[in-house]
Design a protein around this ligand. Structure first.
Ligand code: TYM
Length: 329
């Protein structure tokens, strides 16, 4: 029986956070045996917000190295850079022609990001159709992402269904796959918001490439409350988030963690959490240093990945072109 297909991507728009790791990257690794996985570094998406070219180059190879350091294996999965496979942009264009403008304007991410800039570029609006193209190009069955991507996944499903009914069955309609714990890691300083690298406050996020000391400090500075009892409730959002992080690193349930820290103060809990996170990330951070300096290896991985992805992508794109009435090349 053929394996089901998994596709996911991360933007190289800065360094990855603990949220990216818990919500997405750490889950990619375990899917490699059971599924046929494609993992992409979505540089075409990153440029919907201006990227300094030299930073984009660096960040793209950083993300690739983090993929590999986390345990993605190029022998098992197809690992590649989005702009190396032009079929993504080509399919994205076709999908734009069957996507209502209103639906794009209603996307939460578009509303958020466009409210922060004076002049809104078309790329930001069309971001979700390119994301749909990423997923549909490979006939993906499952998409492992954090919960913030749910709306994009729903749009992707709509687009697939719309195309299938307009031009006959072509695309697999994909399903979202979110982790049970940690689908939305919150800011360490303002726990009502998602942890995000675009925040101005560096203490609000942990970067995978922060030092161990920085990691410890940020956890110890994390906002909690004055209740003083370790509990997992919406009334204590800061603490709830820390327990979620604890849970995703140890595999313990939030209930078990609450029980372990009964009658113990926040200080001890935070100290323990800091060590758990530092130790949990240590292998990744060590491997990152080794891999990142091996330019030849990185080049081999992304070139072979692009070749494999392009082969698969061409098959779908040919079908799409034929169904839409294009003359075969
Ligand atoms: P990006 O680069 O913003 O985030 C990458 C992944 O990390 C998850 N994530 C989080 N999970 C939990 N808590 C958080 N605080 C947190 N912050 C980020 C995101 O849900 C995501 O899974 N649109 C995508 C990139 C993309 C993509 C795709 C994903 C482009 N094409 C195709 C899947 C399939 C994005 O913005 O990711």
């Amino acid at each position: 029986m053929e394996k089901k297909r998994v596709f996911s991507g991360i933007q190289p728009s800065g360094s990855l956070t603990l949220g990216n790791y818990i919500g997405a990257l750490s889950n990619f690794v375990g899917l490699q045996e059971e599924y046929d996985c494609l993992y992409c570094i979505v540089d075409l998406h990153a440029i919907t917000v201006f990227q300094e070219p030299k930073d984009l180059r660096k960040n793209t190879l950083d993300v690739l190295s983090l993929y590999l350091a986390a345990g993605l294996d190029p022998e098992k999965s197809t690992i590649f850079i989005q702009s190396h496979v032009p079929q993504h942009a080509e399919l994205g264009w076709c999908l734009n022609t069957i996507t209502p403008l209103g639906q794009l304007q209603r996307m939460t991410q578009f509303k958020d990001k466009s409210s922060k800039t004076k002049e809104v570029d078309a790329g930001l609006l069309n971001y979700p159709t390119l994301m749909a193209a990423d997923i549909l190009l490979y006939q993906s069955d499952f998409v492992p992402v954090g919960i913030d991507q749910k709306q994009h996944l729903e749009l992707t499903r709509d687009i697939a269904q719309r195309f299938n009914s307009k031009y006959s069955d072509t695309f697999v309609v994909p399903e979202i796959m979110t982790p049970k714990v940690g689908a939305k890691i919150m800011s360490l300083q303002e726990p009502e918001y998602k942890m995000s690298k675009s925040s101005d406050n560096k203490d609000s996020y942990i970067l995978l490439l922060d030092s161990e000391d920085e990691t410890r400090k940020k956890i110890k500075k994390a906002v909690t409350d004055s209740i003083g009892v370790v509990n997992y409730t919406d009334d204590q959002p800061g603490l709830k988030n820390l327990i979620t992080i604890y849970s995703s690193f140890t595999g313990k349930t939030p209930e078990e963690i609450v029980k372990d820290y009964e009658n113990i103060g926040y200080g001890v809990f935070k100290d323990d959490l800091a060590e758990i996170v530092v130790e949990g990330l240590r292998p990744l951070r060590t491997r990152f240093e080794e891999i990142r300096s091996d330019k030849e290896y990185l080049e081999k991985v992304y070139k072979e990945g692009a070749q494999k992805a392009s082969y698969l992508g061409t098959k779908t794109l040919r079908k799409v072109h034929k169904k839409m009435g294009f003359i075969a090349r």
